[in-house]
Design a protein around this ligand. Structure first.
Ligand code: NAD
Length: 263
């Protein structure tokens, strides 16, 4: 079945730009309250002012936070619940592509997604006497294809899928009342796509950028609004649990299917 988001509260990391910004917009359109969490204060405040003008004040809040800072992330979740009363939807979306500072990439793309999932469960799991909810962890088609251009980025996106599927099983077996999904977009037209041509981000792998650009022109580039549409489906379709959604130009929104485990 499907559900209305009226009165629901969402937290979106990396919400001030790109894919996060698009899903914040869709959530507000569906009458949810949204905490837009981002490192970029100027952009976040500018974004909030635009959204207040469009949707009215009191529906969206901006919280400045580096998701790689575990204490700050914990405070951000608490702050959201203090402002809106509870939490129903968490989208762990913030991500970077940086092969030079690759440990930072692991921290933001994988460690923070794990922490964000655990914090979401503290506030939403029936295990903790809460009302249940939905978590979406943003992976990438980089978890299914690989490019010589982004080895550590690729590793983090594989990691997000493995973690998310195992947690989805834990949520079912532990009766958390929380649906947990991974989302894997192909190339999306956001500022992140520019950073991959930059030596400051890619280090020595920048020399493979032509390989990356070739696959971009082969596979095409999606609009953030389509990714937001996929996220809204994961949130509202209560029959979905532990889904690995892929979004590509050739197939649109679809699901990865796995063979059942066998000995
Ligand atoms: P983007 O760079 O356009 O936006 C990311 C946002 O996250 C920015 O507003 C940035 O300020 C914020 N952010 C970065 N580091 C942060 C941190 N430590 N703490 C808090 N906020 C932080 O990127 P995007 O393309 O919208 O990517 C969003 C997610 O989608 C990422 O996880 C990315 O890996 C994934 N993704 C992107 C593409 C693509 O082609 N753009 C494809 C597949 C997956």
């Amino acid at each position: 079945g499907s559900m209305s988001l009226n009165g629901k509260v969402a937290l979106v990391t990396g919400g001030a730009q790109g894919i996060g910004r698009a899903v914040v917009q869709s959530l507000l359109q569906s009458s949810a309250k949204v905490a837009m969490v981002d490192l970029n204060k100027d952009l976040g405040e500018e974004c909030k002012a635009q959204l207040d003008a469009e949707f009215g004040e009191g529906n969206c809040t901006f919280i400045e936070c580096d998701v790689a800072n575990g204490d700050a992330l914990r405070d951000t979740f608490q702050n959201t619940v203090d402002q809106f009363g509870h939490l129903d939807i968490v989208i762990n979306n913030a991500g970077i592509t940086n092969e030079k500072d690759w440990e930072k990439t692991i921290q933001v793309n994988l460690t923070s997604v794990i922490k964000g999932t655990y914090l979401a469960l503290e506030h939403m799991s029936k295990e903790n006497g809460k009302q249940g909810g939905t978590i979406i962890n943003v992976s990438s088609m980089a978890a299914f294809m690989h490019s010589p251009h982004q080895p550590v980025y690729t590793a983090t996106k594989h990691g997000v899928i493995g973690f998310t599927r195992a947690m989805a099983d834990a949520a079912i077996q532990g009766d958390y009342g929380v649906r947990i999904h991974a989302l894997c977009p192909a190339f999306v037209d956001t500022p992140l796509l520019q950073s991959v041509e930059d030596e400051d981000n890619m280090g020595k792998f920048v020399k493979f950028k032509d390989d990356f650009k070739r696959s971009m022109s082969k596979f095409g580039v999606l609009q953030p609004s389509l990714i937001a549409e996929g996220m809204m489906r994961l949130i509202t379709d209560t029959s979905l649990h532990g889904a690995v959604m892929k979004i590509t130009c050739s197939k649109g929104i679809h699901f990865h299917t796995y063979e059942p485990m066998s000995a």
